[in-house]
Design a protein around this ligand. Structure first.
Ligand code: FAD
Length: 480
């Protein structure tokens, strides 16, 4: 870029000289949940300023309770590996450091003499704090691109944030489509010298003893190419999505959630890839808007992951976790005696993902049938989901609990066995609960009721009516 530098200097053009100097100063690209090169506005803006140093900081200093969970760490390891490969193919590489984001970003910037830092905006409370801290010390330039629209971009007539999903979704729709995604750059100029980097293996993000993630690789290909492949596969299925998304026995959804969470693909790219105007595609795009909605909620209520959004739920007499430990463990391990719940919990443990309909059933069972505080369930999901997202997880758990801003009513208690039959979960149960594989479609949803429960499968840990009544009584008590 500065080939003419010498010439201009000899001509004594001070302005251009200074500009050229700035162009050779490296620029930091601070990566977090945006591990991609396509449609990556922070990268494109950084490239305009000079050679780019892509930096990922493993920051466990965020509030301890929200340190990344085990399944997410597995994903992160592979995603960073793929990202480094893609960067190298373009003449660059990924620098890895561990510590407090604000301190490390400032440290690296100083070491390399970076003039500025570019990053995509993120909305988890700890990322917003880190952005503030980095912004105080350095010239931090934040870009949008993780959501369809930045939070607060659509507002109610009175100028407030939307609390209810449906009008929010309508307002977002009126601004769609999002800007067309921009391609990855062909080449990423390297700085004259690279700062030191940690070795990814030293971070020990992968589990070893035991290697509980051994099954994950069969289901997932973390990284940008894996995201594109899932999206391409889903394109033909999108027209059937409205019905298929509710059937856990088939692969009727996109399986893009971990890719979207880690920012390996932008929601705008997903939107533009699915061009159909059929009911299925429309329903899918509305689900994608739920993701935006959830992020808007955590901006408005940063404590969404730890506090009831409706304060009347603070008085709900949840069972004490110590006393309910056995039930909680049975739920975690998929041994509740409710086949649909157990299938979901085992799918989660084995693959790091659970079908959305089954997430709702399993969460409702924990909260209502077992009367265990939603926060304990959300913590377990946080640790075991590869798509664990502060916004989506918190908003959905509170949706199921009834304690959320826009939520299902607590008194609408899902009947797991009815759900299992209604959404035809027989094949799904056979896959994840092999003890029941020989049971017929008619018996598999509720083996106890038909007297065909094999000895290897536990009896129900609580009766449906008993659990339901206990939950309703607790709710009445909370309401005074
Ligand atoms: P698709 O049906 O193909 O949907 C496409 C995308 O839209 C998803 O990848 C996701 O980004 C978004 N989306 C879909 N449904 C929702 C929703 N209800 N809320 C917000 N975004 C949505 N999703 C997460 O990404 N991370 C979580 O931690 C998470 N925790 C959940 C906890 C509970 C109790 C429940 C009921 C749901 C949770 N969800 C979470 C939402 C949903 O279950 C997953 O996004 C979905 O199952 C992912 O599969 P998919 O990519 O095939 O989804």
């Amino acid at each position: 870029d500065c080939l003419g530098k010498m010439l201009y200097r000899s001509l004594g053009t001070g302005l251009v000289w200074r500009h050229c100097n700035a162009m050779t100063k490296p620029v930091l690209l601070w990566l977090r949940q945006d591990l991609r090169l396509s449609d990556q506005p922070a990268l494109l803006a950084a490239l305009e300023e000079g050679p780019v140093i892509p930096l990922y900081v493993l920051d466990d200093g965020a509030p301890r309770q929200w340190a990344m969970g085990g399944a997410s760490r597995w994903w992160l390891h592979h995603s960073l590996t793929r990202l480094d490969e893609s960067l190298r193919a373009k003449g660059s590489r990924l620098i890895l450091r561990r510590g407090k984001s604000a301190e490390i970003v400032a440290q690296v910037a100083k070491q390399v003499g970076a003039s500025s830092v570019h990053a995509l905006r993120h909305y988890e409370p700890w990322w917003r704090n880190a952005e503030k801290a980095v912004g105080k010390a350095l010239d931090l330039k934040l870009h949008d691109g993780g959501l369809l629209l930045p939070p607060g971009a659509v507002r109610t007539g009175a100028g407030g944030m939307y609390r209810i999903y449906t009008p929010f979704s309508r307002a977002v729709m009126s601004h769609m489509p999002p800007p067309a995604p921009r391609p990855a750059p062909d080449h990423i100029p390297a700085p004259p010298t690279w700062p030191e980097t940690d070795s990814l293996d030293d971070w020990k993000l992968l589990p070893s003893s035991p290697d509980w993630a051994s099954g994950f690789g069969q289901d997932w290909t973390p990284g940008e190419a894996g995201a594109q492949a899932n999206l391409a596969d889903f394109r033909d299925e999108a027209p059937d999505y409205a019905t298929a998304r509710n059937l856990p026995s088939i692969e009727g959804t996109s399986r893009l959630s971990p890719h979207l969470h880690f920012g390996e693909i932008s929601p705008a790219a997903v939107w533009h890839h699915l061009t159909g105007s059929d009911e299925g595609t429309n329903t899918f795009l509305k689900e994608l808007i739920w993701r935006d909605y959830a992020h808007n909620q955590i901006v408005e209520l940063p404590t969404y992951g730890s506090a009831n959004a409706r304060s009347e739920f603070d008085a709900l007499p949840w069972r004490d976790l110590k006393a309910a430990k056995e039930d909680f463990t049975a739920w975690q391990q998929g041994r509740t005696g409710y086949p649909i719940v157990d299938a979901g919990m085992r799918q989660l443990w084995t693959t790091g993902w659970m079908h959305n309909r089954v997430r709702m059933i399993a969460a409702s069972f924990l909260i209502k049938h077992l009367l265990i505080d939603w926060r304990h369930g959300a913590r377990w999901f946080w640790d075991t989901l590869v798509d664990a997202s502060y916004a989506n997880n918190s908003v959905n758990w509170q949706w199921v609990a009834g304690s959320g801003v826009d939520a299902n009513m607590f008194v609408r208690i899902m009947a797991p066995l009815v759900q299992s039959e209604k959404f035809d979960a027989a094949a799904y149960i056979r896959q994840w609960v092999p003890e029941l594989a020989d049971l017929s479609d008619a018996h598999i949803h509720d083996p106890d009721a038909h007297g065909v429960r094999p000895r290897s499968y536990p009896p129900k840990i609580v009766g449906h009516r008993e659990g339901r009544e206990r939950a309703l009584a607790a709710y009445r008590q909370a309401k005074g």
